[in-house]
Design a protein around this ligand. Structure first.
Ligand SMILES: NC(=O)c1ccc[n+]([C@@H]2O[C@H](COP(=O)([O-])OP(=O)(O)OC[C@H]3O[C@@H](n4cnc5c(N)ncnc54)[C@H](OP(=O)(O)O)[C@@H]3O)[C@@H](O)[C@H]2O)c1
Length: 434
């Protein structure tokens, strides 16, 4: 074992500290698995004097991340700073200097992945990022490697633990959104500023990464239709319960066959009702799961902790071992696969189903008027449930599949009808029969 593998870690926060801990505690096993000792040669942070969750040997901490990645004796750089800059510049610089890179940075990959992949290609180095989606859950490697001979048709993911915790609380206790968010914040499942999670930005970044890999096409965060969970009410959750469903924030990536034989990709993040019998419905609290459908394999589900320092570090270390072996063997793993170059469908053309709850006047002919509004926009109705309440009534309609534009136009139409007092809940329905 004359060769040693030299690793620099950028960032020593929740994830970075656990990466450093595992590198130190498991040094013997890592050396055996990689085939050479793995030496930690530097850890870049913003503040030298901040308290750390891990002990770091003297002389390894630095605030000069740029100098660390410019060193010519570093084989592998782990980027766990997060955000766009300086992470992007540091990763590009590491690759240019001949190091391979492992990152957990979903925001950067979803915004500017192609720039990073091209730099890795040009440098002949690896860029691995398993930890960027669903924390500890192995999902990117199965998509990139295990399913490389199959055709993935759909990926449905619960990829944000904070929103799953909130929706699960709303479901189990009947709480409203604000109350459930406060509980999540109290327990450390939600940030003081929860925007990235509750508005769906975090899930949208992961959806872009999943869709790119699943469909061999470039999908960035700006391609993803995004709706968060702030508008989900206790009444929506109850309405879902009444029809044997549960509300989840889903990242949905679908392959859509086109008329001319060319398929396109639909990518969206929004709250949706799914039947309680669907495997994703059983994903409780802050857990994550990704449900994959492919032509030959059928249905697969990947489940586990989607965040947290140690679980995320597990995924980082898995990549590190693979990349380290590649460095020693002087080869690269699979790079970006975007050969299919499929177009991303606009949301209006995406096919979904809707659940619509409508407060209406309780008088003869109302049902026919409502049914007519659906028919006028070419939307067929799957089920209607009617509940009488004094002089008004509630109709709950679940549609068959139609384009999102048709369904949105139907809801607008309903809102303009005299007999409609209020459209109280509109939510997409996934995971059942179309
Ligand atoms: N936390 C999770 O559960 C989780 C899960 C999956 C993926 N990720 C991803 O993992 C990455 C890291 O997340 P995290 O939760 O560990 O973040 P974090 O706790 O905020 O840690 C960030 C680290 O980066 C350092 N840093 C910030 N700016 C720097 C700069 N300019 N130069 C050098 N170091 C700098 C900070 O230094 P100081 O400590 O000195 O401030 C800190 O150690 C992100 O991309 C995130 O999306 C996180």
């Amino acid at each position: 074992m004359s060769r040693r593998l030299r690793v620099a870690v950028l960032g020593c926060g929740s994830v970075g500290s656990q990466v450093v801990r595992l590198l130190q505690e498991q040094a013997g096993d890592l050396a055996a698995r990689v085939g050479a000792p793995v030496d930690l040669v530097g850890v870049a942070v913003r503040r030298l004097d901040a308290p750390r969750e891990v002990e770091i040997a003297d002389g390894l901490l630095t605030t000069d991340a740029a100098a660390l990645v410019a060193r010519d004796d570093v084989d592998l750089v782990v980027e766990v700073i997060g955000g766009i800059e300086p992470a992007r510049t540091l990763i590009l610089s590491a690759l240019e200097n001949g190091a391979s890179v492992v990152t957990a940075n979903k925001a950067l990959l979803a915004e500017d992945g192609p720039t990073l992949f091209e730099a890795a290609e040009k440098a002949g180095r690896d860029l691995y990022y398993e930890a960027s989606v669903a924390g500890a859950i192995p999902i990117l490697r199965p998509l990139r490697e295990s399913l490389a001979g199959d055709t993935v048709t759909r990926v449905l993911g619960i990829v944000n633990g904070t929103t799953n915790f909130i929706l699960d609380k709303m479901d189990s206790s009947g709480a409203g959104f604000t109350e459930a968010l406060e509980e999540a914040q109290g327990l450390g499942y939600a940030e003081a500023d929860p925007t990235a999670d509750v508005e769906g930005f975090d899930a949208a970044a992961k959806a872009a990464i999943l869709a790119s890999l699943a469909f061999h096409s470039r999908v960035t965060a700006s391609d993803v239709h995004r709706e968060g969970i702030t508008e989900v009410t206790a009444a929506d959750v109850q309405s879902a319960k009444d029809m044997g469903s549960v509300v989840k924030l889903l990242a949905i990536c679908e392959l859509r066959p086109g008329k001319d034989g060319e398929s396109s990709v639909a990518v969206r993040v929004h709250p949706a009702m799914i039947p309680r019998s669907h495997p994703l419905a059983s994903v409780r609290e802050a857990f994550n799961a990704v449900f994959v459908e492919s032509e030959a394999a059928g249905q697969l589900m990947f489940y586990g902790p989607g965040a947290g320092g140690a679980p995320t570090a597990s995924a980082v270390l898995g990549d590190l071992v693979t990349v380290a072996r590649n460095v020693l063997a002087d080869k690269r793993g699979a790079g970006e696969s975007a050969y299919a170059d499929r177009a991303v469908l606009p949301m209006g053309e995406t096919v979904t189903r809707y659940h619509v709850a409508i407060d209406v006047d309780d008088k003869a002919g109302v049902l026919a008027t409502v049914a007519h509004a659906f028919a006028e926009h070419g939307v067929s109705i799957q089920t209607v449930r009617q509940e009488g309440r004094d002089d008004d009534a509630q109709l709950v309609v679940v549609s068959h599949s139609a384009t999102d534009a048709q369904l949105a136009a139907t809801v607008e139409h309903l809102r303009g009808l005299d007999i409609v007092r209020e459209v109280t809940s509109v939510m997409r329905v996934e995971g059942g029969d179309e």
